[in-house]
Write a protein that binds this ligand. Structure first.
Ligand code: 6GU
Length: 269
């Protein structure tokens, strides 16, 4: 993927073939990327039949961050469908380029996934969201200045976060709020002024992932469901400084509840 002359879709196809070989599963209909706080969903959605260290699959890097598990799992759902559970996210802030960031999504598409569920831990702009609140992503604002698409690829992003899938989520949990996710480059958290900007332009959630992945998923023709766990309020909305440790702890505390919610949503797809 670091070779600019390589076709990233060829790399993704080879990765998908390696996953099929290692898992013995030809097609995974659903894919999930589990961000911080969502990891327990892997055990709750069904029976894991294979676990692969992600870096053993072409194009995947070693995990860069504590709290991010670098595995790919094949999970058999109660309804007989197969889910590819991606616990290995490459963040844009790692600086390895946007191709690496979206490789797992392209691999999921090549593995047959028609639904892509993207989850993350993020900061909340709405004061009523206490840490531990799950929020459905209704749309996003990509503030990275980058795109996973190369060349004249004019992809429509209307209804990027599928209204159909959001309706299913609402049918499972009636008081699930929705919000617009703003992807910042990171790895620093935003300044209070940047958070105010995000609020002014229509954002409700701030984070460092998901938007670029959603664009790649749409290009690949997948239906997308996005879920954020509010781990803290954004800078200036909460008066105390943000700490990565606090973010991880909030994720860990909320994990059983929100993972169970995600498992119920997956069960309803
Ligand atoms: Cl406040 N900002 C960003 N960009 N990512 C976060 C966060 C805030 N809190 C958790 N993740």
């Amino acid at each position: 993927l670091d070779d600019p002359t390589a076709d990233p879709f060829d790399v993704a196809l080879r990765a998908a073939n390696q996953i099929a070989e290692r898992t013995g599963v030809e097609r995974h209909e659903i894919a999930l990327t589990l961000g911080s706080g969502w990891g327990k969903a892997a055990e709750l959605i069904g029976e894991t039949t294979a676990t692969i260290p992600a870096h053993e699959i072409e194009g995947f890097s070693r995990p860069a961050l504590e709290g991010h598990v670098g595995t790919l799992r094949s999970v058999l759902l109660p309804n007989g469908k197969r889910a590819l559970v991606i616990g290995a996210r490459t963040h844009y802030y790692e600086g390895h380029g946007v191709r690496r960031v979206v490789h797992s999504v392209r691999t999921a598409a090549a593995a047959g996934a028609e639904v892509m569920i993207l989850t993350n831990g993020a900061g909340g702009i709405r004061e009523s969201w206490s840490p531990g609140t799950p929020v459905l992503i209704s749309d996003h604002i990509n503030l990275t200045g980058d795109s996973p698409l190369e060349g004249a690829t004019f992809v429509d992003l209307t209804d990027l976060y599928s209204a159909r899938l959001r309706a299913i989520a609402h049918s499972i949990e009636t008081d699930l709020d929705e919000g617009v996710y703003c992807q910042f480059r990171g790895p620093h958290y935003e300044t209070p002024a940047e958070v105010q900007m995000a609020k002014t332009i229509g954002g409700h959630i701030v984070g460092m992932s998901t938007a670029l992945e959603a664009i790649a998923a749409r290009q690949a023709g997948m239906e997308i469901l996005g879920l954020s766990l509010i781990t803290n309020l954004a800078a200036g909305i909460q008066s105390t400084p943000l700490s990565h440790l606090e973010v991880l702890e909030a994720g860990r505390d909320a994990e059983p509840v929100i993972s169970a919610l995600l498992a119920r949503i997956v069960g309803a797809l």
